[in-house]
Unconditional design. Sequence first.
Length: 253
Amino acid sequence: MGLLEGKVVLVNGGSQGVGAGIVRAAVREGAAVVFTGRRADVGEKLAAETGAHFVRADLADPAQARDSVVQTVDAHGRIDCLVNAAGLTTRGSLLDTTPELFDQHMAINLRAPFFAMQAAVADMTARKAPGSIVNIGSNCAHGGPPHLAPYSAAKAGLAGLTRNAAHAHRWDRVRINDLNIGWTDTEGEDATQRAFHDAGDDWRERAAASLPMGKLGQVDEIADFVVFLLSDRSGVVTGSVIDWDQIVFGGQD
């Protein structure tokens, strides 16, 4: 039996990147999976590949974030697990971030997880059933580089929200954890490097050479860890904000 056999899992932001890796891993481990994304063509392709159910949604709208849970419950009768994997990494510093860019980051990186969690926990507690939620955070929650100011603020908020919600619902047996991932090899990161950093085709190799483990974070490895956190095999762990990175925060040379 797979780690998620018989579980109903919703992956918000699951059509590409880390989210898509989690969809594939959850299906492999026996879950009935629903996932959301903004692009119908990309989502429908992944749905055809995996057998997961695609729901087109713009998570910047809190009503659609909540509705992703409603549609999961409508399709499967309940929700057992939620992953908030959608992320916006548009660059902006303290000095050049506009109110509009700031609001976009808060909408996708913090508000959407909040209201998806609200709807999921409401279903779990109404049924008096245990559940598991994993938020995909970022090492930028520790501070981040100057060009990711609104992103860092939102991810720091997500880490605080994770702890708050986990504490609030520990007696409901709803476990909520956060995985702060670092620099990861995804389609979105490739586009970002080319758009904002003038990167060439060799950027992955150059990046890998600059990192202690000789490689960027890998989607499949992250997805396997998320599946473990969602599963009963992760035991009683809740309220944890786990750094998945090669940077040792607080270490100094």
